[in-house]
Design a protein around this ligand. Structure first.
Ligand code: PMT
Length: 421
């Protein structure tokens, strides 16, 4: 990022035990080329000294407009109007409540009211406080005001209880910030001011569709102990499933090995090996109107599975591998009227060329090409970078770095366009 294009972020820090994590957020944002100014609530200064942020930003840290040492007499106006994004890490229930109700009784809450920049809030608090109807009501109100949230995650909390309320991983918060900022680098302020359209706010444009989606990696047994597999986490496939469901579609998932929680209220069938996944898909296919192959299916499996654990007797062990069924190609070859077939391609070189040839060879309607060598893209990341290609078109739809969940909606937007063609 060149000097004159630096994104300016106002980082608001509230008084919670996770306040120390704001330091890491600040450092990562700076490393990514952002210019960060920090504002703290008075309670936040009980957890960390403003001096820490001052030393790291080389700037006065704003806590109180009226502090005698404050160099700027109208700091909340000047601060709020010179930022491209107001990021709150961590946000307490109290600050969320103040923002939701327009209370401006300290520097940070006055800044919130005085700012036209988009706002991204990463809450962290005890799970009972997070789940309290008052907090949830305030969150919903802020969402309808156009504020974005990085949802807290489940885990062990500072109060030694386990539940939802933990600050999202610092890296993921920063990824989401950068995702915001890369939406439209040239006109960032204008584009950031437009709320990202989530599935909930999109119409129910998939309500007549039935999705069949393969998700995760397959596992091909060598013996009762060992297997061949890959790094797929299932995050991309589940993101597509969740987005489709939110947009009104009926969704069935055939799921290999994943590292994320399955979706609630979605029919999920296990297909751990390529063969099992293939059988499950072919059984469900007649009910589908859209097939999405997001799984990383092993192309080869051991020709035979040893009945007992293979012993370490030789220096070199040779495995004979045999091809697995190509699920996507079979779906396409057996497609019934109206079935749309969407594939993914995970590539490390000649990404577009290889993806296009896969689309043609497997007779797909659309393919999502991932260059898995790029930072933040491919296996196991919460974000992805992709290019969408469509059959019979030279168009290349570039999707920049963004959360997989956001990308899922972009992919579905293209699927909807295909359906109406
Ligand atoms: O799960 P994540 O950690 O979120 O990572 C997401 C992802 C990178 C796995 C995903 O976005 C992705 O790219 N999935 C496809 C990975 C892959 O195996 O690509 P491929 O180029 O080998 O296969 C091309 C297509 O054929 C894929 O749609 C695949 O599902 C399908 N295929 C491949 C082989 C096979 N035997 N049967 C298939 O159906």
């Amino acid at each position: 990022m060149s000097e004159n294009k630096k994104h300016r972020i106002g980082l608001g820090v509230c008084g919670g035990i996770a306040a120390y994590k704001a330091i890491e957020v600040l450092r990562l944002l700076q490393k990514s080329g952002c210019e960060v100014r920090v504002a703290m609530t008075k309670h936040a200064t009980e957890f960390i000294q403003p001096l820490t942020f001052r030393a790291l930003t080389d700037n006065y840290v704003l806590v109180d407009d009226y502090a005698p040492e404050n160099p700027d007499p109208i700091a909340h106006i000047n601060f709020s109007q010179t930022i491209d994004l107001l990021l709150i890490v961590p946000a307490t229930a109290n600050t969320i409540a103040k923002f939701a109700n327009g209370i401006a009784d300290d520097f940070l809450s006055s800044t919130y009211l005085a700012s036209q920049a988009p706002v991204l809030i990463a809450p962290a608090m005890n799970s009972t406080m997070w789940e309290h109807p008052a907090t949830q009501r305030n969150v919903e109100r802020l969402k309808s005001d156009g504020v974005f949230f990085v949802k807290p995650i489940a885990g062990e909390l500072a109060c030694k209880t386990v539940g939802t309320g933990k600050l999202e991983d610092v890296e993921n918060i920063v990824k989401q910030v950068l995702n915001f900022l890369v939406q439209s680098p040239k006109s960032k302020v204008q584009s950031l001011s437009e709320p990202i359209q989530h599935s909930e706010t999109r119409t129910q444009d998939l309500k007549n569709e039935s999705f069949l989606i393969t998700v995760g990696g397959t596992r091909e047994a060598i013996d009762p102990v060992r297997f061949i597999s890959n790094h797929s986490s299932g995050k991309m496939g589940f993101a597509v499933a969740e987005a489709a469901q939110k947009r009104g579609a009926k969704v069935t998932i055939v799921c290999g090995v994943t590292s994320v929680e399955p979706l609630e209220n979605v029919k999920t069938i296990l297909g751990i090996s390529a063969d099992e996944m293939f059988q499950a898909v072919m059984k469900e296919l007649p009910n589908a109107t859209i097939f999405v192959g997001a799984a990383a299916v092993a192309d080869y499996r051991p020709a035979s599975r040893a009945a007992a654990k293979i012993k370490k007797s030789e220096d070199v062990l040779t495995l004979e591998l045999t091809k697995t069924p190509d699920i996507l190609a079979n779906v396409s070859a057996n497609r019934h009227d109206g079935l749309l077939v969407v594939g993914f391609a995970a590539e490390t070189e000649n990404v577009i060329e290889y993806a296009r040839s896969k689309m043609e060879r497997k007779n797909l309607d659309l393919i999502v090409a991932n260059d898995i060598t790029r930072d933040g893209a491919g296996f196991n990341h919460d974000t992805n970078i992709a290019t969408i290609l469509k059959r019979g078109s030279n168009e290349k739809i570039e999707i920049p770095l963004m959360a997989k969940r956001e990308m899922a909606d972009r992919i579905l937007d293209e699927v909807v366009k295909l359906r109406h063609k």
